[in-house]
Write a protein that binds this ligand. Sequence first.
Ligand code: GTP
Length: 597
Amino acid sequence: TELSHIRNFSIVAHIDHGKSTLADRLIQSTGTVSDRDMKEQLLDAMDIERERGITIKANTVRIDYVANDGQAYVLNLIDTPGHVDFAYEVSRSMRAVEGSLLVVDASQGVEAQTLANVYTALDAGHEIVPVLNKIDLPAAEPEQVKAQIEDVIGLDASDAVLISAKSGLGIPDVLEAIVTRLPAPKGERNAPLKAMLVDSWYDSYLGVVVLFRVMDGVIRKGDNIKMMQTGAKYGIDKLAVLKPAMVDVPELGPGDIGVFTASIKQVRDTKVGDTITHEKKGCETPLPGFKPSVPVVFCGLFPVDSAEFDDLRSAVEKLALNDASFSYEMESSAALGFGFRCGFLGLLHLEVIRDRLEREYDIDLITTAPSVVYHVHMRDGSVTELHNPADMPDLTYVDHIEEPRIKATVLVPDDYLGDVLKLCQDRRGIQMELTYAGSRAMVVYDLPLNEVVFDFYDRLKSISKGYASFDYEITGYREDNLVKMQVLVNDEPVDALSMMVHRDRAEMRGRAMCEKLKELIPRHMFKIPIQAAIGGKVIARETLAALRKDVTAKCYGGDVTRKKKLLEKQKAGKKKMRQFGKVEIPQQAFISALKMD
Ligand code: GTP
């Protein structure tokens, strides 16, 4: 296809504003998929989605469209992950296209992820067409939302396309706007091959499928290619476009978006943002700005029933096959037995994986305190990355510790603003911005990531009755007064509950933790001290009283020596228990103890 007849675009939106529904309509109304197949196709897509989890690009599709000018166009829609933890992937995939449709629910207005995604699109140099969806709803206020888009984002919204993706109203206008308002791609057909790896996924029949955008040159079936960042070399087995089912093509040139397979074993061998070129006579410089995505939140996952360890292992391996950003290694803990230390791109990513393990693979899990990655600067000048508080080196060797900070953007209706500010303040936040967009406030906070990984989302949602929306990006590392807090139950450290905390908040966290555990651990036959400690110093303590079995009750009066004997026995037994006995900590205690109120 000639470059001037190609349009490459993505759709940016807050969750639930109708991105998928609009994509389906565009596919359907152009006859890309016949009505008869539509239902089936969508079901297929859902299956893939289930298999691929959150990195799915079910809506990446090539649409053939004859515009009002009588010319035939190819419209390539790339679906970007709608997930705050995938900021890097989103930003890369946006660099593969020239424009975006900005979909805003006309009854809801601009939300936190609308902002985050539209700024990413603007950074990628996109032309943007605002689309107001759900205008069929009585609560829709298109004029107000237009004004909001102009105020908050600074985009001209006077030409916004008004649609109802549900009823199909306005869909032809969207198609025309794509052709007339978005730019055609640029590229050099005679230059060496330069293509961007946009995404990849595992297909049980085809193996790893790579989605790519050709910048320059031509890629053909049978070509020998190499990935410039990883250095890996492959031969192209299959070359296709997505309509959305795969349709084989002999070659793809500048501006084209397609997929190939090349006997690649696992998704982690492909890096989003890598540059694909020919093995011989390849291009000289890779696309700029590549960085491999690295896990930022870690936690331990252990089966509640240790007999389920092998099930957990195979489930974790399966999930990792398709999700290169999820990492794992085996871990063992005195309290929890065998499990895995897992790394995630963020908290939502963690929740999604844990959820899938429990629901799809039916494994009951204990999740240990999530931890961010700390940079521990040693006195000898070396720096260690700390993923697990249990591995914290001896303090005498430590010079200082740095923790990751984030820029968090929260959009919230006025009524709940006070509570949101208090929450951010309580979590060691530094307010950066506070502005208004209609009846909504937008607050930007600089926060330590570690204060967000426990239950920030939950708290935010509950104090705002579900109305607040949230987005964040990691901004860097900063030194702070951080210490490792250990929890000792019956004088035994419970590693799963160890955590890094700010020194000023340690007492408070320690006390709260001990009080919670006192409620959560059932009484035993012996007294159980529950302590929080920093180094050797106890900073909080509770004592769980023993269940006292009154063994003398059955001795009706009389026999004093027998009574004495029994009491002695009881005491000895207690001692024994204290010495050797294991305290049973219920699973719920691990989860609840980590939540702050
Ligand atoms: P995620 O896939 O979760 O990111 O959401 P999305 O942005 O893709 O939204 P989706 O298309 O799934 O739509 C969210 C909800 O809004 C669904 O229940 C849709 O049926 C509904 N919806 C989408 N478009 C319209 C519309 O024009 N009018 C009305 N009334 N509802 C709509």
